[in-house]
Ligand binder design. Structure first.
Ligand code: GLC
Ligand code: MG
Length: 424
């Protein structure tokens, strides 16, 4: 969505072990979330990632996992806030964090403590100094470090996460403070989200759950330090939900728990049932059609739907007569014929690591019953990624409860051209 109005929902989610399940090479829960977000929320809601990772490690993760592109990215445990696809830093927040912060004192004091091991150079940031510590010794070491810094006149925020990570931040920094800063800014601009839900699993997420007024989903695999924080501080807070499901499935479970609708992922729908779920609602209906269509193509190629004509009726339902596709390979073809090319490929990717997801979906009303949809169509096949930047023009046929595509054009995203399989 664009940031020009109040989001219906803002989700602020941690990445590692919350959005991303590092134990699932199939990325099932993340793909469930992605489909839900793209289909039902992307048109009017705001996705925010809030991670401990630096920009370098964040970019690495984006290459490894099928992550959506968030509207706002908060990096380095709340110390860097960046807007949009091009990740423009919030310099106001940087100035805020400069107040009372002196990185050199932290470096000096820490280098005299052999119990602290510096993390890699990429994770040392202007407002974050990070160490590894012995799990059992963390509370003691934190106390000593805090005392020594205070003796040097420096008040800091110490955050213990994931058992062994220790971050030293300016006193006014944390994922929670970054969120409060954003909420204040939105309020001043008159575009406060109608609802906010935060999601996390570890110690550096605790302060997210402490932001007043927000809903929270602690994923089912939450770590000891977050559970301890919850037991000591938030047991009576009805707005915090302890999910039983893990990672991104715990986020979806949170939406269901708080009744934030629609909360059924398109990936959980019966694909050969009532598939064309559009209505004349415009933006959301079209986003939903796009996501469901891609999902059905995926399921066909994986042999996860029955091999029958009905699937093709459904695939062709959102295609207007004579509509064309200009494919990323530079082929100009009737859209219906392009879809037909899938027919002999039922089950081609059976039991393979193959998935499709739709990112950066934006739908604009460009005329009476006419919409322009832009999105990135990502495909992962056995470790290879490709992405088609897609634009599609949709129209609602008179009296019909859905929109049909009248023209689609695809271009390879730079650096992500596909291998020739179907040369369209
Ligand atoms: C991420 C960061 C690391 C930090 C940890 C906990 O793993 O890369 O620097 O210590 O999150 O906040
Ligand atoms: Mg985490």
């Amino acid at each position: 969505m664009n940031l020009s109005s109040s989001p219906r929902l803002m989700i602020v989610s941690d990445l590692d072990h919350t959005m991303v399940d590092h134990h699932d090479p199939e990325n099932k829960s993340l793909l469930r979330f992605n489909a839900l977000w793209a289909a039902e929320f992307s048109h009017d809601s705001l996705l925010v990632f809030s991670t401990g990772r630096s920009p370098t490690l964040y970019k690495e993760l984006r290459r490894e996992k099928p992550l959506l592109t968030p509207g706002i990215t908060i990096l380095s445990v709340g110390t860097e806030i960046m807007y949009g696809d091009s990740m423009i830093p919030d310099s106001g927040w940087e100035q805020e964090l400069d107040k009372g912060w002196d990185r050199s004192i932290v470096m000096e004091v820490a280098s005299e403590m052999p119990q602290l091991t510096f993390q890699s150079a990429t994770e040392q940031r202007p407002h974050k100094v990070s160490f590894s510590v012995d799990r059992g010794q963390a509370p003691e070491i934190m106390k000593i470090l805090d005392d020594r810094l205070k003796a040097r006149g420096l008040e800091v925020k110490l955050i213990h996460s994931g058992g062994q990570d220790l971050d030293v931040l300016p006193i006014g920094a944390s994922k929670g403070h970054a969120l409060s800063y954003l909420l204040k800014k939105f309020e001043a601009e008159g575009k406060s989200p109608l609802q906010t839900m935060v999601c996390g699993d570890s110690g550096n997420d605790a302060e997210l759950f402490a932001v007043p007024g927000v809903y929270g989903s602690m994923v089912g695999n939450a770590m000891e330090e977050l559970i301890n924080w919850y037991n000591e501080n938030a047991r009576d807070n009805q707005k915090i939900f302890r999910a039983t499901e893990t990672c991104a499935s715990g986020i979806i479970q949170g939406l269901q728990h708080f009744g934030i609708d629609p909360c059924v992922s398109p990936r959980d729908l019966e694909m050969d049932g009532d598939f064309v779920a559009g209505d004349k609602d415009g933006h959301q209906a079209i986003a939903r059609e796009i996501v469901l269509h891609q999902l059905l193509c995926e399921k066909w190629l994986k042999g996860e739907v029955e091999c029958n004509d009905h699937v093709f009726e459904i695939l062709k339902a959102p295609v207007a007569p004579h509509s064309t596709l200009i494919g990323a390979w530079g082929v100009d073809i009737q859209l219906a014929n392009a879809i037909e090319m899938l027919r002999p490929l039922h089950g081609l990717h059976k039991d393979k690591r193959f998935w499709i997801w739709v990112d950066r979906i934006r739908v604009t009303n460009i005329g009476k019953d006419t919409w322009l949809a832009k999105f990135d169509k990502w495909q992962h096949y056995d470790g290879e990624l490709n992405c088609r930047i897609t634009t599609a023009v949709f129209q609602s046929p008179e009296g019909k409860p859905y929109a049909t595509a009248i023209q689609i054009q695809e271009t390879w995203k730079e650096g992500y051209a596909g291998k020739p399989m179907l040369k369209i």
